[in-house]
Design a protein around this ligand. Structure first.
Ligand SMILES: Nc1ncnc2c1ncn2[C@@H]1O[C@H](COP(=O)(O)OP(=O)(O)OP(=O)(O)O)[C@@H](O)[C@H]1O
Ligand SMILES: [Mg+2]
Length: 165
């Protein structure tokens, strides 16, 4: 059975947002957002510039705090968990910034290696290399592994800024 045919229950809901509100001063950006994203679903959030798409994703990733409402990711309320729990949860989230967050002075390999080594200290050098080469191969960028971000196209920069699982 396809996941989309399943009844919505806690098990299949990966991201659950209820009555989410966020304002900056007098500017109301999110005014009661409700959204359930199920395992295996691909969701695109559309809206004009400044309508709050990035604010929504930053709240999901725990980078911004909601004013009210509930945001659960993999069953955990991102606003209520400790910094350590949030860090562990972030390792399970893929997040690409709107402007690719690459270190200009590091090669593509260096950019992928830095967070991987920092966050998963138990990986061997071989495992790190395999993970990096695997993810670059997946997006057709293996040949660019030793290139600097300035040598990549905009699309390639975004692809190489995706986190290594
Ligand atoms: N940290 C912040 N402090 C104050 N205002 C903010 C902050 N972040 C976003 N905003 C405001 O919230 C509104 C929504 O911004 P957001 O970045 O979510 O837009 P967006 O939908 O992603 O737009 P775009 O399509 O241009 O990327 C904008 O008016 C923006 O100025
Ligand atoms: Mg945006």
């Amino acid at each position: 059975m396809n996941n989309t045919d399943l009844p919505i229950d806690e098990k299949s809901v990966v991201i659950s947002i209820k009555n989410l509100k966020k304002s900056f001063g007098s500017l109301t950006v999110l005014n009661g957002v409700n959204l359930d994203i199920l395992q295996g679903e691909n969701i695109a959030v559309l809206g004009r510039s400044g309508s709050g798409k990035s604010v929504l994703i930053k709240i999901i990733a725990g980078l911004l705090k909601p004013d009210s409402g509930s945001v659960k990711v993999l069953g955990q309320e991102v606003d209520k968990i400790s910094a350590k729990e949030l860090q562990a949860l972030r390792l399970k989230l893929g997040f690409s910034f709107q402007s690719s967050a690459l270190y200009d002075s590091m090669t593509v390999r260096g950019n992928l290696e830095f967070p991987l080594v920092r966050n998963k200290r138990n990986l061997t050098k071989k495992e790190v290399n395999e993970a990096i080469e695997g993810v670059l191969d997946d997006v057709g960028l293996l040949d660019a592994i030793n290139q600097m971000p300035s040598e990549l196209s905009g699309g390639q920069r975004k692809e190489s800024a995706l986190p290594v699982p």
